[in-house]
Design a protein. Sequence first.
Lengths: 263, 298
Amino acid sequence: MTEHLTFPRVARSEWTKLVSLRSTWFTLAAVAVLTVALAAVIARAVAGEVASGDQPPPDAAGAVGLAFLPLDFLVLVLGVLGVLQMSGEYQGASARVTFAAVPRRWPVLGAKALVFAALTLPVMAATALAAFLVSQGFLGDDGVSLGDPGIAGKVAGAAACPVLLGLFGLGVGALLRHTALGVTTLVAVLFVIPVLLQPALPGDLEDDVLKYVPTIAGQAMYGSLGENAPFPTLSPGASAVVLVGWVALVLAAGATLLVRRDV
Amino acid sequence: MIEVQELTKRYGDTVAVDGLTFTVAPGRVTGFLGPNGAGKSTTMRMIVGLDRPTSGAVTVNGRPYRDHRDPLHQVGALLDAGSAHRGRTARNHLLALARTHGIPAARVDEVLTLVGLASVARRRAGGFSLGMGQRLGIAAALLGDPAVVVLDEPVNGLDPDGVLWVRELLKGLAAEGRTVLVSSHLMSEMAQTAERLVVIGRGRLLADTTVDELIARAGVGSVLVRSPEAGALRDVLLAAGAGVSSDEPGVLRVTAAGAERIGDLARDHGIAVHELTPRRASLEEAYLDLTREAVEYR
């Protein structure tokens, strides 16, 4: 076995980098705990209001949506973790070491995306499942079960959406190379633009455009918008395709600039 | 072997490297000298493919760096101190680097021992001093047992022991037949380490030479003159167009006039001379002379 570059080796290298930082584990633990805990708190409160007659029991879409409401903002944490995978290289000068070792550069971004998904997907799958089971436990008879139509897909969406937005962040990090700038841009793209688009667009255009916005497509994957969204959304499957498209676009743009720019 | 051909790098209107051509041969230490901002670091980044030349080319062991399948075995580079992520341990930093090429973990421990960081291998790099960061950077450069070693200001932040260690390390690497290119803005450091010198200023090649040739070429020798009538001799020499300075009474340091001419002038004016010692320019003086213009017009 001669010692030279291969993509699997670059991936192993990036895996070593990802898991050798404490912040990776703190971040993932925080997301998992907060998602499940908040899902429990929300479901318990709703169950209480239903029991006291303050609100009607949620329908199936509403019940599953309640479980994943915390993800609406916790996806940002995964997004920031994604930004840091790339911008962290530029905070010191480790990017120079990294890209001197892998002078074609794009395999580094590819490997980062691969190992980020490999680590976060199982964590988010367990988190989504736990949040779902805990919240439906509190909702009792008003809850839904994994076997109900469309439910398993939404749980899968709740696992996949944060990972995809993390990869989106990775692409943003590759484009901007600066942590503060990258995080600010990510917040703007994920949370500010959707809010601004709604009043800015005329009504009919709004219906055509909003469902393709990354955040809204992401939320449609796990159904936190419920059936009562003020604008139409795509199905979870179609939304996943849209979000994968955004991720591919940003990562491809990031890879292109990575290869062309000086380090 | 590093071959730099007509290498040019522009950043907007600024020309960082301007038509640079030189070759760094294996088996000896080549010093890469120039004032701060001369383009040394930019050139080094272009050697390992981090910066793209505006024009010209650079090859390492016969190929552009990017075309090598095993870059870490071709070139080991130290470009910045503190090149490890602050949150990662020294060992994990090197381990991640080693894995890109399938280099075994045993080699990581080997280089950590070599640079004297074995005892802090599992400490996070964020807590490292500048000197420890330099040692970690040198460990990273040596990790792939490379044929070419490129080090940018490696003794920055090192204590005297460390400086001595780097000097011996560089000589040892060259003696093993490797190509060693090491930059510095201090001639005094290079004079003790390098056999060959590439001097640049404002991105241009000023000299590609040996230490001895550089001194001979620069020709800023002086003559030490001891005389009981130093004051009178000084006036005579100045009138003859020589440069005269004095650090102690009765002793003159004369430039732009040879020992013969000074002796003749003293005899013509009846001035006694007790000592007349031609002095070669020090390497530092030769270097300053060479780069003076490059510094002045920045």
